[in-house]
Design a protein around this ligand. Structure first.
Ligand SMILES: [Zn+2]
Length: 325
């Protein structure tokens, strides 16, 4: 779990998942249970012009409906506009007034959450008001295996997740569920995994040790660079931070399409910071409380494909003139 920033920016959670994967059911239950706190604004995006029953989202402080365009592509401008409106309204409040703390964006089933994150972070106004804390993706335990075999979008959604919520687990055969979990691990081994039935969290059965992922044939819309994998790089003591920033920029510039996310806590003379990138965009670092879990410090996870994990550390050491890893 990413440490939460305390710099006054609104925390943004993106909820994605394939059509029919149970996003709305899960979100309704979470709001009802207060999982996102009292000061939460929900944005619901429907690619089609379908009215949503706002009353079903009771528990949210405010609801914005964006219909008739998917926020990751055709409806991107509408999303940016809605987020700016929310930020403006919050900025006008007196300092003592209760302020919005969180936005949850329920994407359309057609959306690539990574594209939404990149769009929000590329906006010069939003980046100073909103900080992405988590991308949650719901996965239909019954149908996801079939979808992943044929749909590149389903794979991209899972690849973009920090947390995967397996829905409808009560309806899946134990064997099929085990194969699905192994397959999700192939696509995104870094995401936390939980399960829910009708929005209520349930325990996952122990994963059989002999469970193997389903074959994922290369799809026409996909590249041949192989699955997305996490790689951990530990930063050495006394690192030259400006040189590190140059190396990271150079890396993202050259390989930003391969690197889905970079995430880590860095401890610098100026304090502890949460470092995050999405594709080529570096999120302006958030200051973290000093008393956080120090075991996470100076350890950075690179999630991507098309390179060998060990080459990342090697590249950094060479660039910074450090002894080899
Ligand atoms: Zn889209």
């Amino acid at each position: 779990m990413t440490p939460e920033p305390r710099d006054g920016r609104i925390r943004l959670t993106i909820l994605g998942g394939y059509l029919g994967s149970g996003k709305t059911t899960w979100l309704r239950h979470q709001l009802h249970a207060g999982a996102f706190g009292p000061r939460v604004h929900v944005i619901v995006n429907e690619a089609a012009e379908t009215p949503v029953d706002d009353a079903l989202l009771a528990g949210a402080g405010g609801v914005t409906l964006l219909a008739g365009g998917c926020c990751c592509c055709t409806g991107r401008a509408a999303l940016i506009g809605a987020l700016r409106t929310i930020c403006d309204a919050r900025s006008r409040l007196a300092a003592s007034a209760p302020r919005l703390e969180r936005i949850v964006l329920e994407t359309s089933g057609l959306a690539d959450p990574g594209a939404i994150v990149a769009a929000v972070q590329a906006d010069p106004v939003l980046v100073s008001h909103i900080v992405l804390v988590e991308t949650i993706v719901t996965v239909d335990a019954l149908h996801a295996l079939a979808q992943l075999a044929t749909e590149p979008l389903g794979r991209r959604q899972i690849g973009a997740a920090d947390r995967l919520v397996l829905t409808k687990v009560d309806t899946a055969e134990p064997q099929a569920l085990a194969v699905l979990r192994a397959t999700l691990g192939e696509i995104n081994g870094h995401a936390a995994l939980s399960a829910a039935v009708l929005g209520v969290e349930v325990a996952l059965p122990p994963q059989p040790t002999d469970a193997r992922p389903a074959p994922l044939p290369l799809l026409p819309d996909e590249d041949a660079r192989g699955p997305i994998r996490p790689a951990q790089v530990t930063l050495p003591e006394g690192l030259d931070w400006s040189a590190f920033a140059v190396w990271l920029s150079a890396l993202l510039h050259a390989r930003g399409d391969d690197l889905v996310r970079v995430k880590g806590v860095i401890r610098t003379p100026a304090g502890r910071f949460l470092l995050q990138t999405v594709r080529k965009v570096v999120q302006s670092p958030e200051i973290l409380p000093e008393q956080g879990d120090a075991r996470q410090d100076n350890s950075i996870v690179f999630i991507g494909r098309g390179y060998r994990p060990e080459d990342l550390g090697r590249s950094m050491h060479r660039f910074l003139g450090l002894p080899s890893a």
